[in-house]
Write a protein that binds this ligand. Structure first.
Ligand code: UD1
Ligand code: CA
Length: 456
């Protein structure tokens, strides 16, 4: 009695006008098909089969989740597609059939569809629509509103009366394995499009005394498929709005919920405040009382309690400790590990920098491949010269060191604890603990020097 999913994803998606197979177009950074698979995985399905055709190789290479692949080399219709994906399906399985280009169906909706399945009953996702153009119409006996479902008629095969039916087929079916296996074989292609219609399954099931239970989505967008980039953008907004809503319900203040994008996951504490145009990519975590200024981008970033990230900062693959003060205009490139109470000011770029408690890099600096101990003060314009053109080298700065402005630290190099480096120095050798080290040409004044004057 296993739950099995078959996802149809062989279609071309002509209206996307793209080289990329439609189901690989990203929504919130994840391919459309990836969303459907993730929802399926959340149902504890014991197997997910994806039927692919157009761009099959690329689809298989791109999708990272563990699924079974089936090939449909010619797109002869939705029933034909399902037939390619039947391997391993058992009579007593509960099978959910869905599309790889409908990304936002709730798991709870799928679950309700699975729950109605028995040997005598199947599920069909339907929706009453203002404009059902293009959708298969749900045919009910006796009464078009309340009568039992007896079949589906495709738009192109429908009579004018049938076209007036406003209940549309959303394309998701749940059914016992034995019915799927036996009835699919009976579907022909004698219809307006010469295709094997999956929708014919409904009439055949009814002939075999299987009751068709209509399940409705909670929200219409759950059943929206992507056929064009316009529809893709619309669903992206729906998804982002849903995520923003969940954040606010979870204790996050959003200055404008419509100007936030999460492409991945965002774990958060309470009393977090996020200003406009924040983008979170990959897996991000922010603690309690974190404040984020406008126009910041975070990629796999972790931010500790009480930290402020000011406007226009970018944090990638890095960890910021508690009570930090970052930006504005700071860039933390991959591999930064900031302890607590660290200050990274404007126009500072850091990469693979491990920075100790209370250290400050306040202005216009590059700190790469560096280890700064506690309470280090790095003056404006300091550069770690970490690259000799071939290899990267490390700069190590001891606790309490003070690096004067406009210093070049030529790595590999070590600055001792409590050392002071005079402004404008080029430090290529170890600077000892507790002393002033300076490399600076002696300042001279030329007595009696005069500015040149213009010749006439
Ligand atoms: C289908 C339904 C229709 C429903 C509509 C929207 C049929 C016959 N019709 O129509 O009742 O209202 O979806 O949910 O099923 N696909 C394949 N191989 C094929 C054909 C299609 O993998 O040979 C895939 C497509 O990639 C797509 C999905 O099946 O993801 C639906 O195909 P599509 O051609 O869009 O079906 P519709 O004509 O919209
Ligand atoms: Ca379609």
């Amino acid at each position: 009695m296993a739950i099995r999913l078959i996802i149809l994803a062989a279609g071309k998606g002509t209206r996307m006008k793209s080289q990329l197979p439609k189901v690989l177009h990203p929504l919130a950074g994840t391919p459309l098909l990836g969303h459907v698979i993730n929802t399926g995985l959340s149902l504890n399905a014991s197997g997910i089969t994806v039927v692919i055709g157009h761009g099959a190789e690329l689809v298989r290479d791109t999708i990272t989740q563990d699924v079974q692949w089936a090939m449909q080399t010619e797109q002869l219709g939705t029933a034909h597609a399902v037939m390619q994906g039947l391997e391993g399906i058992q009579d007593d399985d509960t099978v959910l059939l869905t599309y790889g280009d409908v990304p936002l169906t709730r798991a709870s909706t799928y679950q309700r569809m699975l729950d109605v399945v028995s040997d005598e009953r199947m599920g069909l996702l339907t929706l009453r629509m203002d404009d059902p153009t293009g959708y298969g119409r749900i045919i009910r006996a006796d009464n078009p509103d309340t009568g039992p479902i007896v079949g589906i008629v495709e738009q192109k095969d429908a009579t004018p009366e049938q076209l007036a039916i406003n209940e549309g087929n959303c394309g998701v079916i749940s059914i016992r394995g034995k019915w799927l296996l036996s009835l699919l074989k009976q579907i022909g292609n004698d219809n307006a499009q010469g295709e094997y219609y999956l929708t014919d399954l409904i009439g055949l099931a009814v002939e075999n005394n299987v009751t068709v239970e209509a399940i409705h989505p909670e929200d219409a967008w759950e059943t929206d498929g992507v056929n064009s980039r316009v529809q893709l953008a619309m669903l992206e907004r729906v998804h982002q709005a849903n995520q923003a809503q969940a954040l606010m319900e979870g204790g996050v203040t959003l200055h404008d919920p419509s100007r936030l994008d999460i492409r991945g996951s965002l774990a958060h504490g309470t009393d977090v405040s996020i200003d406009i145009n924040a983008v979170f990519i990959g897996s991000c975590k922010i603690g309690n009382n974190v404040t984020i200024g406008p126009n910041c981008t975070f990629i796999n970033a972790t931010i500790g309690d009480g930290t402020t990230v000011q406007a226009n900062s970018v944090v990638e693959d890095s960890v910021i400790g508690e009570n930090g003060d970052i930006g504005p205009y700071a860039r933390l490139r991959p591999g930064c590990e900031l302890a607590n109470n660290v200050k990274i000011g404007n126009f500072v770029e850091a990469k693979k920098a491990v920075i100790g408690n209370g250290s400050k890099v306040n202005h216009l600096s590059y700190v790469g491949d560096a280890e700064l101990a506690e309470n280090v003060n790095v003056g404006a314009g300091t550069i770690t010269c970490n690259y000799d053109g071939v290899n990267k080298h490390k700069t190590i700065i001891g606790s309490g060191a003070f690096i004067g402005s406009n210093t070049a630290l030529v790595a590999p190099v070590t600055v001792g604890a409590d050392a002071t480096i005079g402004a404008g120095s080029t430090i290529a050798k170890q600077a000892p603990d507790g002393q002033l080290t300076i490399t600076r040409a002696k300042q001279t004044t030329i007595e009696g020097w005069q500015r040149p004057t213009k010749k006439n």
